[in-house]
Design a protein around this ligand. Structure first.
Ligand code: F6R
Length: 357
Protein backbone atom coordinates (compact mmCIF):
# COMPACT_ATOMS: atom_id res chain seq x y z
CA UNK A 1 0.00 0.00 0.00
CA UNK A 2 1.34 3.43 -0.79
CA UNK A 3 -0.53 5.06 2.11
CA UNK A 4 -0.24 8.83 2.01
CA UNK A 5 2.36 8.78 -0.77
CA UNK A 6 1.34 9.94 -4.24
CA UNK A 7 3.57 7.30 -5.82
CA UNK A 8 5.21 4.02 -4.87
CA UNK A 9 8.54 5.34 -6.14
CA UNK A 10 8.59 8.16 -3.58
CA UNK A 11 7.56 5.77 -0.81
CA UNK A 12 10.28 3.32 -1.78
CA UNK A 13 12.94 6.07 -1.90
CA UNK A 14 11.87 7.09 1.61
CA UNK A 15 12.06 3.50 2.86
CA UNK A 16 15.78 3.24 2.17
CA UNK A 17 16.98 4.24 5.68
CA UNK A 18 14.69 1.58 7.20
CA UNK A 19 15.86 -1.00 4.72
CA UNK A 20 19.51 -0.30 5.64
CA UNK A 21 18.70 -0.84 9.32
CA UNK A 22 16.70 -3.99 8.59
CA UNK A 23 19.55 -5.44 6.52
CA UNK A 24 22.01 -4.84 9.36
CA UNK A 25 19.63 -6.62 11.76
CA UNK A 26 18.94 -9.54 9.45
CA UNK A 27 22.64 -10.18 8.87
CA UNK A 28 23.74 -9.82 12.51
CA UNK A 29 24.45 -12.82 14.73
CA UNK A 30 23.66 -12.97 18.47
CA UNK A 31 26.86 -11.07 19.29
CA UNK A 32 26.02 -8.29 16.83
CA UNK A 33 28.67 -9.28 14.26
CA UNK A 34 27.70 -9.44 10.59
CA UNK A 35 27.43 -13.01 9.42
CA UNK A 36 26.64 -14.97 6.27
CA UNK A 37 25.84 -18.67 5.89
CA UNK A 38 29.07 -20.70 6.13
CA UNK A 39 28.44 -22.58 2.88
CA UNK A 40 28.14 -19.29 0.98
CA UNK A 41 31.34 -17.89 2.49
CA UNK A 42 33.16 -21.13 1.64
CA UNK A 43 31.90 -21.01 -1.94
CA UNK A 44 33.18 -17.45 -2.25
CA UNK A 45 36.57 -18.31 -0.75
CA UNK A 46 37.00 -21.43 -2.88
CA UNK A 47 36.42 -19.47 -6.09
CA UNK A 48 39.40 -17.92 -7.88
CA UNK A 49 37.12 -15.30 -9.46
CA UNK A 50 33.56 -14.08 -8.99
CA UNK A 51 31.35 -13.38 -12.00
CA UNK A 52 28.51 -11.00 -11.23
CA UNK A 53 25.68 -11.29 -13.77
CA UNK A 54 22.78 -8.82 -13.84
CA UNK A 55 20.72 -6.35 -15.88
CA UNK A 56 19.89 -2.65 -15.60
CA UNK A 57 19.95 -1.21 -12.11
CA UNK A 58 21.10 -4.53 -10.63
CA UNK A 59 24.08 -4.43 -13.01
CA UNK A 60 24.91 -0.95 -11.71
CA UNK A 61 24.83 -2.30 -8.13
CA UNK A 62 27.15 -5.08 -9.27
CA UNK A 63 29.70 -2.54 -10.50
CA UNK A 64 29.83 -1.03 -7.02
CA UNK A 65 29.93 -4.52 -5.46
CA UNK A 66 32.98 -5.43 -7.55
CA UNK A 67 34.94 -2.59 -5.98
CA UNK A 68 33.95 -3.65 -2.47
CA UNK A 69 34.80 -7.31 -3.00
CA UNK A 70 38.12 -6.51 -4.68
CA UNK A 71 39.28 -3.79 -2.29
CA UNK A 72 38.07 -5.32 0.98
CA UNK A 73 38.24 -9.07 0.38
CA UNK A 74 40.94 -9.09 -2.32
CA UNK A 75 38.88 -11.35 -4.60
CA UNK A 76 38.94 -10.69 -8.37
CA UNK A 77 35.47 -9.89 -9.74
CA UNK A 78 34.05 -9.43 -13.23
CA UNK A 79 30.66 -7.82 -13.78
CA UNK A 80 28.69 -8.71 -16.89
CA UNK A 81 25.41 -7.67 -18.47
CA UNK A 82 23.43 -10.91 -18.60
CA UNK A 83 22.23 -10.59 -22.19
CA UNK A 84 25.79 -9.96 -23.41
CA UNK A 85 27.32 -12.76 -21.38
CA UNK A 86 24.97 -15.41 -22.70
CA UNK A 87 25.85 -14.79 -26.35
CA UNK A 88 29.43 -13.67 -25.92
CA UNK A 89 30.86 -15.66 -23.04
CA UNK A 90 34.30 -14.49 -21.91
CA UNK A 91 37.16 -16.87 -21.14
CA UNK A 92 36.40 -18.16 -17.64
CA UNK A 93 38.83 -18.70 -14.77
CA UNK A 94 39.49 -22.21 -13.43
CA UNK A 95 37.16 -21.98 -10.43
CA UNK A 96 34.48 -19.37 -11.03
CA UNK A 97 31.53 -18.63 -8.75
CA UNK A 98 28.56 -16.94 -10.40
CA UNK A 99 26.62 -14.29 -8.52
CA UNK A 100 23.22 -13.35 -9.96
CA UNK A 101 21.87 -10.03 -8.76
CA UNK A 102 18.16 -9.61 -9.44
CA UNK A 103 15.54 -7.69 -7.48
CA UNK A 104 12.68 -9.78 -8.89
CA UNK A 105 14.59 -13.02 -9.27
CA UNK A 106 12.64 -13.53 -12.50
CA UNK A 107 14.69 -11.71 -15.14
CA UNK A 108 14.89 -13.97 -18.19
CA UNK A 109 18.25 -12.63 -19.42
CA UNK A 110 19.87 -13.47 -16.08
CA UNK A 111 18.14 -16.84 -15.89
CA UNK A 112 19.44 -17.76 -19.34
CA UNK A 113 23.00 -17.35 -18.05
CA UNK A 114 22.21 -19.32 -14.88
CA UNK A 115 20.94 -22.21 -17.01
CA UNK A 116 24.15 -22.07 -19.08
CA UNK A 117 26.56 -21.90 -16.14
CA UNK A 118 24.73 -24.67 -14.30
CA UNK A 119 25.09 -26.85 -17.38
CA UNK A 120 28.83 -26.15 -17.24
CA UNK A 121 28.81 -27.35 -13.62
CA UNK A 122 29.47 -24.02 -11.90
CA UNK A 123 27.95 -23.01 -8.56
CA UNK A 124 25.63 -20.02 -8.34
CA UNK A 125 24.62 -17.54 -5.66
CA UNK A 126 21.52 -15.39 -6.20
CA UNK A 127 21.10 -12.05 -4.46
CA UNK A 128 17.39 -11.22 -4.67
CA UNK A 129 14.52 -9.46 -2.97
CA UNK A 130 12.06 -12.29 -3.62
CA UNK A 131 12.38 -15.54 -1.67
CA UNK A 132 11.30 -18.50 -3.77
CA UNK A 133 11.82 -16.63 -7.05
CA UNK A 134 13.07 -18.58 -10.06
CA UNK A 135 16.68 -17.40 -9.79
CA UNK A 136 16.69 -18.19 -6.08
CA UNK A 137 15.25 -21.69 -6.54
CA UNK A 138 17.62 -22.57 -9.35
CA UNK A 139 20.81 -21.32 -7.70
CA UNK A 140 22.80 -23.21 -5.07
CA UNK A 141 22.69 -20.33 -2.58
CA UNK A 142 20.56 -17.24 -1.93
CA UNK A 143 21.12 -13.97 -0.08
CA UNK A 144 17.99 -11.91 0.50
CA UNK A 145 17.73 -8.13 0.23
CA UNK A 146 14.98 -7.74 2.87
CA UNK A 147 13.90 -4.54 1.11
CA UNK A 148 10.17 -5.32 1.18
CA UNK A 149 8.11 -5.41 -2.03
CA UNK A 150 9.28 -2.96 -4.68
CA UNK A 151 6.27 -1.93 -6.74
CA UNK A 152 7.44 1.08 -8.78
CA UNK A 153 8.96 0.00 -12.08
CA UNK A 154 12.02 2.19 -11.42
CA UNK A 155 14.18 0.36 -8.91
CA UNK A 156 15.36 2.42 -5.91
CA UNK A 157 15.49 0.66 -2.56
CA UNK A 158 16.53 -2.63 -4.19
CA UNK A 159 19.64 -0.90 -5.63
CA UNK A 160 20.83 0.36 -2.24
CA UNK A 161 19.89 -2.96 -0.59
CA UNK A 162 21.94 -4.85 -3.21
CA UNK A 163 24.99 -2.69 -2.50
CA UNK A 164 24.56 -3.11 1.27
CA UNK A 165 24.33 -6.92 0.98
CA UNK A 166 27.38 -6.99 -1.31
CA UNK A 167 29.24 -4.85 1.26
CA UNK A 168 28.33 -7.34 3.98
CA UNK A 169 29.48 -10.23 1.79
CA UNK A 170 32.78 -8.41 1.14
CA UNK A 171 33.51 -7.75 4.83
CA UNK A 172 32.49 -11.26 5.94
CA UNK A 173 34.70 -12.78 3.20
CA UNK A 174 37.57 -10.48 4.22
CA UNK A 175 37.25 -11.58 7.85
CA UNK A 176 37.16 -15.26 6.86
CA UNK A 177 40.39 -14.70 4.91
CA UNK A 178 42.03 -13.06 7.92
CA UNK A 179 42.10 -9.62 6.31
CA UNK A 180 41.76 -6.91 8.99
CA UNK A 181 39.51 -4.00 8.01
CA UNK A 182 39.87 -0.73 9.90
CA UNK A 183 36.15 0.09 10.20
CA UNK A 184 32.94 -1.48 11.45
CA UNK A 185 30.44 -2.01 8.63
CA UNK A 186 27.57 -2.11 11.15
CA UNK A 187 28.56 1.36 12.28
CA UNK A 188 29.12 2.67 8.73
CA UNK A 189 25.76 1.37 7.48
CA UNK A 190 24.14 2.97 10.53
CA UNK A 191 25.67 6.32 9.56
CA UNK A 192 24.46 5.76 6.01
CA UNK A 193 20.89 5.15 7.19
CA UNK A 194 21.00 8.47 9.06
CA UNK A 195 22.42 10.34 6.07
CA UNK A 196 19.79 8.76 3.80
CA UNK A 197 17.17 10.13 6.18
CA UNK A 198 18.61 13.64 5.85
CA UNK A 199 18.63 13.31 2.07
CA UNK A 200 15.01 12.13 2.06
CA UNK A 201 14.21 15.25 4.09
CA UNK A 202 15.77 17.40 1.35
CA UNK A 203 12.91 16.79 -1.10
CA UNK A 204 12.17 20.48 -1.63
CA UNK A 205 15.77 21.11 -2.58
CA UNK A 206 15.74 18.18 -5.04
CA UNK A 207 12.45 19.34 -6.51
CA UNK A 208 14.01 22.78 -6.98
CA UNK A 209 17.02 21.23 -8.77
CA UNK A 210 14.68 19.28 -11.05
CA UNK A 211 12.81 22.51 -11.84
CA UNK A 212 15.96 24.48 -12.49
CA UNK A 213 17.77 21.99 -14.68
CA UNK A 214 15.31 19.55 -16.15
CA UNK A 215 11.91 21.16 -16.76
CA UNK A 216 12.35 21.68 -20.51
CA UNK A 217 15.66 20.06 -21.42
CA UNK A 218 15.90 17.37 -24.09
CA UNK A 219 18.96 15.75 -22.59
CA UNK A 220 21.11 15.52 -19.49
CA UNK A 221 24.55 14.11 -18.78
CA UNK A 222 25.87 12.55 -15.60
CA UNK A 223 29.60 12.50 -15.05
CA UNK A 224 31.75 11.01 -12.34
CA UNK A 225 34.94 9.09 -11.79
CA UNK A 226 35.51 5.79 -9.96
CA UNK A 227 32.37 4.86 -8.01
CA UNK A 228 30.77 8.20 -8.93
CA UNK A 229 30.85 7.02 -12.56
CA UNK A 230 28.78 3.97 -11.57
CA UNK A 231 26.32 6.11 -9.61
CA UNK A 232 26.07 8.42 -12.62
CA UNK A 233 25.07 5.46 -14.80
CA UNK A 234 22.29 4.68 -12.33
CA UNK A 235 21.21 8.34 -12.07
CA UNK A 236 20.97 8.52 -15.86
CA UNK A 237 18.96 5.29 -16.06
CA UNK A 238 16.51 6.53 -13.39
CA UNK A 239 16.05 9.86 -15.16
CA UNK A 240 15.60 8.46 -18.66
CA UNK A 241 13.23 5.66 -17.74
CA UNK A 242 10.68 7.79 -15.91
CA UNK A 243 11.04 11.30 -17.40
CA UNK A 244 11.96 10.27 -21.00
CA UNK A 245 14.73 12.87 -20.98
CA UNK A 246 17.66 11.46 -22.91
CA UNK A 247 20.18 10.91 -20.13
CA UNK A 248 23.63 9.36 -20.29
CA UNK A 249 26.26 8.61 -17.67
CA UNK A 250 29.92 8.99 -18.56
CA UNK A 251 33.29 8.56 -16.93
CA UNK A 252 34.62 12.10 -16.49
CA UNK A 253 37.80 11.36 -18.43
CA UNK A 254 35.90 9.95 -21.42
CA UNK A 255 34.12 13.23 -22.17
CA UNK A 256 36.90 14.64 -24.30
CA UNK A 257 36.96 11.43 -26.34
CA UNK A 258 33.65 12.23 -27.98
CA UNK A 259 30.72 13.13 -25.78
CA UNK A 260 31.80 16.68 -25.19
CA UNK A 261 30.68 17.39 -28.77
CA UNK A 262 27.10 17.13 -27.50
CA UNK A 263 27.43 19.89 -24.91
CA UNK A 264 25.54 23.01 -25.96
CA UNK A 265 24.50 26.24 -24.30
CA UNK A 266 22.44 25.23 -21.27
CA UNK A 267 22.95 21.43 -21.42
CA UNK A 268 22.51 20.12 -17.86
CA UNK A 269 25.50 18.16 -16.57
CA UNK A 270 25.17 16.52 -13.18
CA UNK A 271 28.67 15.97 -11.79
CA UNK A 272 29.30 13.76 -8.77
CA UNK A 273 32.28 14.54 -6.55
CA UNK A 274 32.40 12.18 -3.57
CA UNK A 275 35.82 10.65 -4.23
CA UNK A 276 38.85 12.43 -2.86
CA UNK A 277 41.41 10.79 -5.15
CA UNK A 278 39.63 12.06 -8.28
CA UNK A 279 38.15 15.28 -6.89
CA UNK A 280 40.50 17.57 -8.82
CA UNK A 281 40.09 15.69 -12.08
CA UNK A 282 36.28 15.62 -11.99
CA UNK A 283 36.29 19.34 -11.26
CA UNK A 284 38.56 19.76 -14.26
CA UNK A 285 35.94 17.93 -16.33
CA UNK A 286 33.26 20.31 -15.03
CA UNK A 287 35.38 23.27 -16.21
CA UNK A 288 35.64 21.65 -19.66
CA UNK A 289 31.87 21.35 -20.04
CA UNK A 290 31.17 24.77 -18.55
CA UNK A 291 33.54 26.27 -21.11
CA UNK A 292 31.19 24.81 -23.78
CA UNK A 293 28.09 26.30 -22.17
CA UNK A 294 26.94 23.44 -19.89
CA UNK A 295 24.73 24.16 -16.89
CA UNK A 296 26.56 22.21 -14.15
CA UNK A 297 24.92 20.69 -11.10
CA UNK A 298 27.72 19.51 -8.83
CA UNK A 299 26.77 17.13 -6.04
CA UNK A 300 29.71 16.63 -3.71
CA UNK A 301 30.52 15.20 -0.32
CA UNK A 302 31.32 17.16 2.84
CA UNK A 303 35.07 17.68 3.04
CA UNK A 304 35.46 17.85 -0.74
CA UNK A 305 33.02 20.69 -1.45
CA UNK A 306 33.64 24.03 -3.12
CA UNK A 307 31.49 27.17 -3.41
CA UNK A 308 30.20 26.19 -6.84
CA UNK A 309 28.54 22.96 -5.61
CA UNK A 310 24.75 22.72 -5.83
CA UNK A 311 24.35 20.16 -3.08
CA UNK A 312 26.72 18.73 -0.46
CA UNK A 313 26.04 15.27 1.00
CA UNK A 314 27.15 14.61 4.61
CA UNK A 315 30.31 12.49 4.71
CA UNK A 316 30.11 8.67 4.82
CA UNK A 317 32.74 5.92 4.38
CA UNK A 318 34.43 6.72 1.02
CA UNK A 319 33.80 3.21 -0.37
CA UNK A 320 30.09 3.42 0.44
CA UNK A 321 29.23 6.81 -1.08
CA UNK A 322 27.06 5.22 -3.83
CA UNK A 323 24.52 4.31 -1.13
CA UNK A 324 23.92 7.97 -0.38
CA UNK A 325 24.90 9.73 -3.62
CA UNK A 326 22.17 7.87 -5.51
CA UNK A 327 19.37 9.24 -3.28
CA UNK A 328 19.43 12.83 -4.63
CA UNK A 329 19.54 11.42 -8.16
CA UNK A 330 16.49 9.23 -7.48
CA UNK A 331 14.62 12.24 -6.11
CA UNK A 332 15.68 14.52 -8.95
CA UNK A 333 14.47 11.89 -11.46
CA UNK A 334 11.19 11.57 -9.57
CA UNK A 335 10.48 15.30 -9.59
CA UNK A 336 11.61 15.76 -13.19
CA UNK A 337 9.13 13.05 -14.26
CA UNK A 338 6.39 14.51 -12.07
CA UNK A 339 6.84 18.03 -13.47
CA UNK A 340 6.79 16.71 -17.00
CA UNK A 341 3.50 14.93 -16.38
CA UNK A 342 4.87 11.39 -16.71
CA UNK A 343 3.42 8.27 -15.12
CA UNK A 344 6.14 7.89 -12.49
CA UNK A 345 5.33 4.39 -11.26
CA UNK A 346 4.50 2.89 -14.66
CA UNK A 347 6.69 4.39 -17.36
CA UNK A 348 5.79 3.58 -20.96
CA UNK A 349 7.26 0.49 -22.62
CA UNK A 350 8.57 -0.98 -19.35
CA UNK A 351 7.56 -3.89 -17.14
CA UNK A 352 8.58 -4.52 -13.54
CA UNK A 353 9.99 -7.92 -14.23
CA UNK A 354 11.32 -8.65 -17.67
CA UNK A 355 10.54 -12.29 -18.27
CA UNK A 356 11.47 -12.38 -21.95
CA UNK A 357 15.00 -12.51 -23.38
C1 F6R B 1 15.54 0.12 -13.63
C2 F6R B 1 15.12 -1.25 -13.43
C3 F6R B 1 15.66 -2.29 -14.33
C4 F6R B 1 15.95 -3.58 -13.54
C5 F6R B 1 16.35 -4.71 -14.49
C6 F6R B 1 16.74 -5.96 -13.73
O1 F6R B 1 14.98 0.98 -12.68
O2 F6R B 1 14.34 -1.52 -12.54
O3 F6R B 1 16.80 -1.87 -14.98
O4 F6R B 1 16.98 -3.31 -12.64
O5 F6R B 1 15.28 -5.00 -15.34
O6 F6R B 1 15.70 -6.41 -12.93
P1 F6R B 1 15.97 -7.44 -11.79
O7 F6R B 1 16.83 -6.79 -10.77
O8 F6R B 1 14.60 -7.78 -11.24
O9 F6R B 1 16.65 -8.63 -12.40
Amino acid sequence: EKGTYPHYMLKEIDEQPFVMRRIIQKYQDASGALTIDKDIVNAVLEADRLYIIACGTSYHAGLVGKQLLEKWANIPVEVHIASEFSYNMPLLSKKPLFIYISQSGETADSRAVLVQTKKLGYKALTITNVPGSTLSREADYTLLLHAGPEIAVASTKAYTAQIAVLAILATVAAKAKGIALDFSLVKELGIIANVMEMLCDAKEEMEQIAREYLETTRNCFFIGRASDFYVGLEGALKLKEISYIQAEGFAGGELKHGTIALIEEGTPVVALATQEHVNLSIRGNVKEVVARGANPCIISMRGLETDEDRYVIPAVHPMLTPLVAVVPLQLIAYYAALHRGCDVDKPRNLAKSVTVE
